[in-house]
Design a protein around this ligand. Structure first.
Ligand SMILES: Cc1ncc(C[n+]2csc(CCOP(=O)(O)OP(=O)(O)O)c2C)c(N)n1
Ligand SMILES: [Mg+2]
Length: 565
C-alpha cells in the first residue's frame, strides 16, 4: 500500500496514528532500519496532531502541485475528526486519498491483528465509510492484502480524474497486518482522465456566438486552477475585446492588471454593471457566477456554460438558465475556441471600441481601490493587504481565508501571475494554516502568505499548525485580520433582517472580548515570530521583521487590529 502511494507520486503521508496502524508503523520502522538512514520507498510521514489540519495540509499541497497527497487517520473517530476539511476538499475539487483502518474483524486471534485492546469493541461501527461517503468521489474497503496496491491506484486514479476530489479507503487491522509479496504497478497504466474538449462544431458555435455579441462577457471562478488556461483566456478576451468578471474566485483566473479585468464579485448587495450590460455571457468554470436575488444578467442575455463540472451533481439546487452547456477542460476548450476564431470575421472596430470602454471601467475601478489603500487613523484590511502585497512580491503564494475581507484580498493583493492565489473552494473555516504548510511543502522555494480572519484563525487549530510548521520546516507568513470576532454572521443577519432588533443590538454573541493573543499562540506552539500591529505606522517595520523571520526559517504571525466589528 505504501509503495503504491509512492509509485503514484504521493510525496507525503499526513498521519494521525492509532491502534489500527500497527502494520503501517512497523512497515516504516522496518524500512528505516534496512535503509540505514537512506531513502525509504514510502511517502514521507508528516505527524499531524489534528486530523482537520492533516487534510488541510494535503489539500494545500494538491492545490499548488496538482498532485494528490495522502492522509492516514484512526478508524471512525479519526475520520470524524477530519471534520470540515472533508467538505473543503470535495467542494474545492481537490484530489486527496484519505485512508483509515477499521476495528479488527476478529477477536480470538484468528489472524494477526485480532482484537487485543478494549477500544476495538468501542470503535466498531456499522458504516464507517458512510461517514464521509456524501463527499467522496470513491470509497472502498481493501478486503484482501494481495490487491491493496491496485485498490490504492484505482482510488488515486479516480481522485485525480476530472472532476477531481477526495477518495476514502478503509482496511481492517488484520488486512493491514497481512504478509503479501511486494509488487510493482506502473502508474502510467492508471491514467488520469482530463475534462475533455469540445466537439469541433461546438467550438465554432461558441466562437460564432462571441463574435456576434454586442457585449460579450466571461464570468469565471476557477478557470485558473489550471494556470495554462489563463493565457488562453487572455488571448480570447483580447481578440474579442471581451471583459472578465471574476465571481467568488478560487484562483488567479485573469491578470488583475489587465485592462479587460472587470473586477471581482463576492456577496456585494448590488447589481454588477458589467453583468447587467452583457448580451452574451460565457460562464467558464464557476460554481456561483452570480447571486440572482441581487445581481443577475439581463433577461434576454444568452448564457453559455463551459465547466469541468457543469451539472454540479453534488449541489442539490443549481441552475443558471444556460441555453447550452459543455463538460470540458477549460484550457482545451479555450484553445479550440481561439483556433475556431481564426476562420471567422471579427469586427475590429467594435473590438477596439469595447476594449477602450472596458479599459475605462477597469481604470476607474483601480483608482477607486487605490484610494482605499491610503493609511488612515486606524488599520484597515485594505491598507494591510496593500502593504503585504508590496512586501511579498508577485511570486509569493497567497492563501486566503479572509471571510468578510475575501474581496479585500482579491482586490488589493495584486495577484497577476497564474497559480499564486488559493482559497479552499469550500466553506468550512479553518483551512488556511494547514493549507499554507501544504503549499510550502509543495513549493519549498516559494514565499507563502496566508490571510485569515481572527475567528478563522481559531478554527484552524493554530497550536497544531504552528507545531507542524516548525517540526517540518515550512515557514510562512500569516496575517490575522483581527476585527475582534465573527463579522460574517452579523452581515448575514442584516441581509435578512436589515431593520430588526439585531440591527440595533450591541450584543450579538459574535465578539471575542478580550481576544486571545493570536500571534502568541503561534509563538508558544511553534516558536513563531509574533507581531501585534494596532496602528498603520507599525505595519511596515513589523512586516520586514516578519519576512526576515520567515527567511530564517520561522513562521511569522501578524495580528492586525482592525476596527472592532
Ligand atoms: C467550520 C465552520 N463553522 C462555522 C462557520 C460559519 N461562519 C461563517 S463566517 C464565520 C465568521 C468568521 O469569522 P472571522 O474569521 O473572524 O471573519 P469575519 O467574519 O470577522 O470577517 C462563521 C462562524 C463556517 N463557515 N465554518
Ligand atoms: Mg473576525
Amino acid at each position: 500500500m505504501l509503495s503504491a502511494l509512492r509509485e503514484a507520486g504521493v510525496q507525503y503521508l499526513f498521519v494521525n496514528l492509532g491502534s489500527d496502524h500497527s502494520g503501517i508503523m512497523e512497515a516504516y520502522a522496518t524500512a528505516r532500519a534496512s535503509a540505514k538512514g537512506g531513502e525509504i520507498p514510502y511517502p514521507q510521514v508528516i505527524t499531524c496532531p489534528n486530523e482537520m489540519v492533516a487534510l488541510s495540509c494535503a489539500h494545500g499541497h494538491a492545490a499548488v502541485s496538482g498532485q494528490a497527497q495522502a492522509v492516514l487517520v484512526h478508524v471512525e473517530c479519526g475520520t470524524q475528526a477530519l471534520a470540515g476539511a472533508v467538505h473543503n476538499a470535495a467542494k474545492g475539487r481537490v484530489p486527496v486519498l484519505i485512508m483509515a483502518g477499521t476495528s479488527p474483524a476478529t477477536q480470538e486471534g484468528e489472524a494477526p491483528g485480532s482484537r487485543n485492546e478494549f477500544i476495538h469493541w468501542i470503535q466498531d461501527v456499522f458504516d464507517q465509510r458512510g461517514l464521509v461517503r456524501g463527499y467522496m468521489r470513491y470509497d472502498n474497503e481493501i478486503r484482501v492484502g494481495a490487491n491493496a496496491a491496485q485498490i490504492v491506484h484505482r482510488a488515486l486514479q479516480v481522485a485525480g480524474s476530472e472532476p477531481k476530489g477526495p477518495v476514502y479507503l478503509v482496511a481492517a487491522r488484520e488486512i493491514l497486518e497481512q504478509e503479501v509479496e511486494p509488487r510493482r504497478e506502473d502508474v502510467r497504466l492508471w491514467p488520469r482522465l482530463g475534462g475533455g474538449g469540445l466537439a469541433p462544431e461546438d467550438a465554432l458555435q461558441i466562437a460564432g456566438a462571441l463574435v456576434a455579441a454586442r457585449q460579450p462577457l466571461v464570468v469565471t471562478s476557477y478557470v485558473g486552477r489550471n494556470p495554462a488556461a489563463v493565457p488562453e483566456l487572455t488571448r480570447l478576451c483580447h481578440r474579442l475585446g471581451m471583459g472578465v468578471l471574476e465571481s467568488v474566485p478560487n484562483s488567479v483566473n485573469f491578470p488583475v492588471d489587465d485592462p479587460l479585468h472587470q473586477g471581482y464579485q463576492w456577496n456585494e448587495k448590488q447589481q454588477n454593471p458589467a453583468l447587467a450590460e452583457a448580451d452574451t455571457i460565457l460562464i467558464l468554470d464557476s460554481d456561483v457566477p452570480w447571486i440572482p436575488l441581487i445581481n443577475r444578467p439581463a433577461e434576454n442575455a444568452q448564457i453559455l456554460h463551459i465547466d469541468v463540472d457543469p451539472l454540479k451533481q453534488q449541489m442539490p439546487l443549481w441552475y443558471v438558465r444556460a441555453s447550452r452547456a459543455w463538460r470540458a477542460d477549460a484550457a482545451t476548450a479555450l484553445r479550440q475556441i481561439n483556433a475556431a476564431l481564426e476562420s471567422l470575421t471579427v469586427d475590429e472596430a467594435a473590438v477596439r471600441a469595447r476594449a477602450a470602454q472596458l479599459a475605462r471601467r477597469h481604470e476607474a475601478l483601480r483608482a477607486q481601490l487605490a484610494k482605499l489603500e491610503a493609511p488612515g487613523k486606524v488599520l484597515t484590511a485594505e491598507y494591510v493587504t496593500a502593504q503585504v502585497r508590496e512586501a511579498i512580491g508577485e511570486d509569493a503564494l497567497v492563501i486566503s481565508e479572509a471571510v468578510t475581507n475575501f474581496h479585500v484580498v482579491t482586490n488589493h493583493a495584486g495577484r497577476r501571475k497564474p497559480g499564486t492565489y488559493f482559497v479552499s473552494g469550500g466553506g468550512s473555516l479553518g483551512w488556511n494554516g494547514g493549507a499554507a504548510i501544504g503549499a510550502k511543502l509543495a513549493r519549498p522555494d516559494a514565499l507563502v502568505c496566508a490571510f485569515t480572519g481572527d475567528g478563522t484563525y481559531m478554527f484552524s487549530i493554530p497550536s497544531t499548525v504552528h507545531w507542524i510548521a516548525r517540526r517540518y520546516h515550512t515557514p510562512f507568513l500569516q496575517v490575522v485580520f483581527n476585527n475582534q470576532g465573527w463579522r460574517a454572521p452579523k452581515f448575514s443577519m442584516l441581509g435578512v433582517h436589515p431593520d430588526g432588533f439585531g440591527s440595533r443590538a450591541e450584543e450579538l454573541d459574535i465578539r471575542f472580548e478580550p481576544p486571545p493573543d493570536y500571534s502568541g499562540i503561534a509563538a508558544a506552539a511553534g516558536g513563531a515570530h509574533a507581531e501585534i500591529v494596532r496602528e498603520p505606522a507599525q505595519l511596515a517595520p513589523a512586516l520586514q521583521r516578519s519576512l526576515q523571520a520567515v527567511r530564517e526559517g520561522r513562521c511569522a504571525v501578524i495580528d492586525a487590529w482592525l476596527q472592532r466589528l
